[in-house]
Design a protein around this ligand. Sequence first.
Ligand code: SF4
Ligand code: MG
Length: 321
Amino acid sequence: TELLLQVEGLKKHFPITGGVFSKQVGEVKAVDGLSFSVKKGETLGIVGESGCGKSTTGRLLLQLIEPTEGKVVFEDKDVTSLSNQEIRKLRREMQMVFQDPFASLNPRHTVEKILEEPLIVHGIGTKEERKKKVREILEVVGLSSYHAKRYPHQFSGGQRQRIGIARALMTKPKLIIADEPVSALDVSIQSQVLNLLEDLQNEFQLTYIFISHDLGVVRHISDRVGVMYLGHMVELADSEALYQKPLHPYTEALLSAVPVPDPDFKREQIVLQGDLPSPSNPPAGCPFHSRCGKCMDICKTTRPQFKEVEAGHYVACHLYE
Ligand code: SF4
Ligand code: MG
């Protein structure tokens, strides 16, 4: 399979400033050395607790923020070395769907204006063509052309997320990064939106990166899943492999908290010790060692390499070295 996106050694460290002169007093290692790739047409899920760097990763991939280090290659272009103008062009191809559709939609604009905007920004089509496209896309996401003249507050949460998805589709992107796209929705609405995303993927040959704190949600939509902890990816595998046979102790702990429908199949609940350490003061060695029930001496001093231990199954843990 062809690769759409390749990420190499991606880092984002935010400075922490303090004092009257706002001197830098430290840094938050929000993303601290990610390497993975995304295949054309697949859905890659990225999961982790809040603060693990998954949203920062999404924004880095879209070049909404600049990386401290590392490379993002989209198709054959190294997007980290593009000019602003080239980045703007590239934005047509990579779009984002956000968690809170209401906050991301301008309340004073009609749906038509909201959906037309990306086309105007990128200079696509005549006014006539843009209006036609808005009506088409509204139908595609399960709304109607008569919704075009309404305002965001006139829609339910699920409908607003359809509008958010419609807006992302306007420029015919190849990649959509969805950051917690259903987390703000009722469970019954969640599955409708997930189904819509899957239908759209097939219809438009989309590639998704699906970011969520919820392993249960990610499972059904993802072909592969990457698990993040404190700015690192600690495990990456095909969904089935990850859920059936997690290798990293952190993945095991996360999975043990996901309810299983089969009553005969019991996972022992693993309770993590302690709190998530601060990304401004991460533990030495394995970033998970302060909470790991299988921690060994080497884990406290030496960071485990992220490597392929079975075909397509990557893990960063000394248990597999
Ligand atoms: Fe636990 Fe050590 Fe593996 Fe880290 S490297 S997850 S501390 S066993
Ligand atoms: Mg799929």
